[in-house]
Design a protein. Structure first.
Length: 320
């Protein structure tokens, strides 16, 4: 070996050792603009700020494909098929941001619609001493995550206090997102049995999050909640041990989630209302096999139109 080659190898080895000696730097996940709040009061205040962040123009004009109710009703099946319009809520063409125009009364809402625009998942910090934070995700399932055809009660008193109770409808949607590290997080986006109270600037409450899987679902080893094997371990006597209890004993009990809403736009002529929402709920646990992750969903909730008769009847005009 020549002296020049020896010198080159020595220099290369020195460079490699120097690079290996450098501490490994892990990129800190990007912090989202809206941080998760501990209580509903803080979440309601944050929901009011969401209106300014999203902008009234977004609530009125919506996305590139968002249309008004009349425009949606004028489309044919073939025009809607494969376009993604069925996954959107209708938007308001007119109206104002003066919430005092909403008259007090007891209303019955139908076809209440919620369209998510962002999914984030809370992740433990990769830095020592760092706090958990919500990170952006990538949607891996189809465009079928919008909640629609919901109905319930909507009350407004003279002081501007409101109460919203969800009763029925397409109030859940199975969604899977992928985190920056590649981990996929399935969850059931829902607002089942929502009972939200507060003011028009921000009202919120708890809702029920059903199990992602039903009690009759069988895992790859044939274990289920109400059917299947009790245990599928090589050591049957250890099936009830604490180590294997989480995967052997399936749990289908529901969890609790929290959501806040804020009204940003109201059309007094048609009664249509537009606003933003933010909810935090647990992810799937594989029937109790592992701990759930916190999932934050932000988006727009659709307009409401009262029927023009003597009865206070709210009708949310959404895409069908």
């Amino acid at each position: 070996m020549s002296l020049s080659m020896q010198a080159s190898n020595t220099k290369l080895t020195s460079t490699m050792l120097t690079s290996l000696a450098q501490p490994l730097r892990v990129a800190r996940p990007a912090r989202t603009q809206v941080q998760c709040q501990a209580g509903l009061k803080e979440m309601a205040q944050q929901a009011g700020k969401l209106v300014a962040a999203v902008g009234l123009s977004s609530l009125v004009a919506g996305g590139a494909q968002a249309l008004s109710y009349d425009a949606l009703q004028g489309l044919t099946y073939l025009q809607v098929k494969g376009s993604g319009l069925a996954n959107t809520c209708s938007v308001i063409e007119g109206g104002s941001s003066n919430l005092k125009d909403i008259k007090p009364g007891d209303y019955r809402i139908q076809k209440f619609c919620m369209e998510p625009t962002s999914f984030t998942v809370k992740e433990e910090s990769q830095l020592k001493g760092g706090k958990p934070e919500f990170v952006k995700t990538k949607l891996t399932t189809r465009l079928t995550y919008t909640l629609d055809e919901m109905n319930g009660q909507f009350k407004v008193d003279g002081s501007g206090n409101v109460e919203l109770k969800e009763e029925d409808g397409i109030d859940y949607a199975a969604v899977t997102v992928q985190m920056p590290g590649g981990e996929r997080v399935p969850f059931l986006f829902t607002v089942k049995e929502l009972n939200a109270k507060g003011t028009l600037d921000g009202f919120g409450g708890d809702f029920v999050v059903p199990s992602y899987r039903g009690s009759t679902f069988l895992d790859p080893k044939g274990r289920g909640g109400s059917t299947g094997y009790d245990t599928a371990m090589a050591l049957p006597a250890a099936g009830d041990s604490e180590e294997y209890m989480g995967v052997n004993i399936k749990k289908v009990s529901p969890f609790k989630g929290q959501a806040v809403f804020s009204v940003a736009k109201y059309d007094q002529e048609t009664g249509e209302i537009a606003g933003v929402f933010e909810s935090v709920q647990p992810s799937d646990t594989e029937l109790g096999a592992h701990a759930p992750k916190d999932v934050k969903i932000t988006g727009l909730w659709c307009s409401i139109q009262p029927a023009r008769d003597t009865v206070n009847f709210l009708h949310c005009r959404a895409a069908t």
